[in-house]
Design a protein around this ligand. Sequence first.
Ligand code: CO8
Length: 263
Amino acid sequence: MAYENIIYEVKDRIATITFNRPKALNALNGALLDELSQALDAIAADEDIRALVLTGAGDKSFVAGADITELATFNSLSAKHFAQKGHRIIHKLQQLPIAVIAAVNGFALGGGTEIAIACDFIYASESAKFGQPEINLGVIPGFGGTQRLPRLIGTNMAKELIFTGKMISAAEALRIGLANKVVPPEQLLEEAMKTAGEIAVKGKVSLREAKQAINRGMDVDLATGCDIEIDAFAISFASPDAKEGTTAFVEKRKAEFDGTLTG
Ligand code: CO8
């Protein structure tokens, strides 16, 4: 389908979604969210795609949050519907069985930070700025920020960011474990694509099982998490990739993973 508010590309098993409303600093309006949802469905249905990189058009912003001109028209019920829609899409993003990297190239505010932290990890350009400024609008984060941010950076750090609404730099995001890596702006996409490429040649089943074990394990106690890992470990052996990976090691050659589950 033709997209107007995002750019969706696939090359060498790596999908890229670029938020593309640069005049509004890539703010998330309803139309953009619908297109994002459709692109995520297309990715989920494509067996060949192994990684997704999300970034923003222009050199200023990743996503400057929900579109405030739309928020300004909401009542309590429409706010609820909008938040439910955002949660559904972000859940879809988080559930993708592939690696998802946020390449944060500028402002990642409100819904922008919330999308970034639903990715598997974040690479940031030196000019990136993160924050949950909703409190300055008299509202609170509505796309998962009150839940995912404390799980990622700790309760007290998340409270300080959400209560003050302040922006933090890429360097500070790196220090508190929000971003994995900070690079000069012109190297950001290259670095993200390089890591996506490294992951794209791994076994599809082992990548999926590792991701699911980590994500599901974060929401349960350690013993239950270890049980989840045991099952995921067993499932990884259902793929020919396990035979190929271990045999290649013994034969001192590079493994060629084909990603099929049965064989
Ligand atoms: N929504 C709509 N338009 C925006 C947004 C936004 N979030 N952010 C920027 N823009 C627009 C500006 O209005 C401006 O448009 P125009 O040129 O037509 O005047 C254009 O983008 C450029 O922005 P600025 O001129 O303001 O650029 P500056 O460099 O001066 O400032 C900032 C950049 C600091 C990013 C500033 O634009 C800003 O503070 N933006 C708002 C950031 C914000 O508060 N984001 C959080 C929104 S709330 C949210 O995300 C909650 C998500 C879940 C909600 C669920 C509830 C139901």
